[in-house]
Write a protein that binds this ligand. Structure first.
Ligand code: CLF
Ligand code: SF4
Length: 297
């Protein structure tokens, strides 16, 4: 229920399945995979698969043009009436593909103005796009923040590509964390709800995520979603190949519990595909292939 949320916040979360634990039983989301490129490298990512910041690693989503995406949204909305949210979460970084991402938002805001728009990003170019995000009435933005300390960041991110230049190591991680914090502050100042996703990587950032939790709370983040690293050698990620393990369910819960007093923790994330359709945990993407959607009227 509404609990102690302010009425204007409640309006924004009551039918968003990720931002409200209760809503996820009743409302569905869909993702359109319009954003193939990425501007950073995470050691838990293999570019052959979906962005692991928001999505299930090891899954390949069907890429769409903005026009195909807009058509798919209408097709899904007419089939699944509980579909309230359209998210762009990959397969790369939505803000490394700003033309495609914003063209998709523009088309959908015209053809389906009732659908809430949602965006997930690594945050590197976020400060450059805050005004555009606000202009499309995007009320929900997720930033994946795995560290606020460049020494830890250097163990997670081998490089970033920023303003036409490649940066490595500590320098790359410092730019990334500065941009993430600035982007988060700019969004919350404008009243846009921000969720922070963090990937829990035992031995690298597990203890540090308590500090990340404090840093994002103090900058106005609404919800913190700590997700387990899913690391399998067959995914071909640096972590997978190095034998980096993910956390146990007990370790994940203990960390979520230790952050709980500080801010709202999301515990119902299902690590969706970049082309997921339906209720969280239910995957109807196979019903809405590009071929099937283009054949619909
Ligand atoms: Fe999609 Fe993400 Fe928006 Fe939700 S998913 S862009 S906030 S509409 Fe949700 Fe899926 Fe977890 Fe993401 S369960 S992976 S948190
Ligand atoms: Fe992969 Fe996403 Fe990281 Fe880019 S931001 S490297 S797509 S996990």
């Amino acid at each position: 229920g509404q609990g102690d949320l302010a009425p204007e916040i409640w309006e924004k979360v009551k039918n968003h399945p990720c931002y409200s634990e209760e809503a996820h039983h009743h409302y569905a989301r869909m993702h359109v995979a319009v954003a193939p490129a990425c501007n950073i490298q995470c050691n838990y990512c293999n570019r052959k698969y979906d962005c692991a910041n928001e999505s299930r690693p090891g899954v390949v989503s069907e890429k769409l043009t903005p026009e195909q995406a807009a058509k798919k949204v209408l097709a899904v909305a007419s089939t699944i009436p509980q579909m309230t949210v359209l998210g762009i979460a990959g397969p790369g970084d939505p803000l490394a593909n700003p033309e495609k991402t914003f063209k998709t938002f523009e088309l959908i805001s015209k053809t389906a103005p009732d659908i809430k728009l949602c965006l997930s990003t690594n945050g590197l170019t976020l400060p450059d796009h805050v005004d555009t995000i606000a202009s499309f009435n995007v009320d929900h933005v997720t930033i994946t923040i795995n560290m606020v300390d460049a020494d830890i960041g250097a163990q997670i991110y081998p490089w970033i590509y920023y303003k036409n230049k490649r940066y490595k190591g500590r320098e790359a991680a410092q730019i990334l964390t500065d941009r993430q914090m600035l982007g988060l502050e700019m969004l919350t100042e404008r009243g846009i709800l921000c969720k922070v996703n963090s990937v829990m990587i035992p031995g690298i950032n597990d203890h540090h995520l308590v500090e990340v939790n404090r840093a994002v709370k103090s900058r106005g983040a609404f919800l913190h979603n700590i997700m387990p690293l899913i690391s399998a050698p067959e995914h071909g990620t640096v972590f997978g190949l190095n034998g980096q393990r993910g956390p146990t369910a007990q370790e994940l819960k203990a960390l979520q519990d230790s952050c709980e007093g500080e801010m709202n923790m999301m515990r119902h994330c299902r690590q969706c595909r970049a082309d997921a359709v339906g209720l969280l945990g239910e995957d109807r993407s196979a019903e809405f292939t590009t071929e099937a959607v283009m054949a619909m009227d």
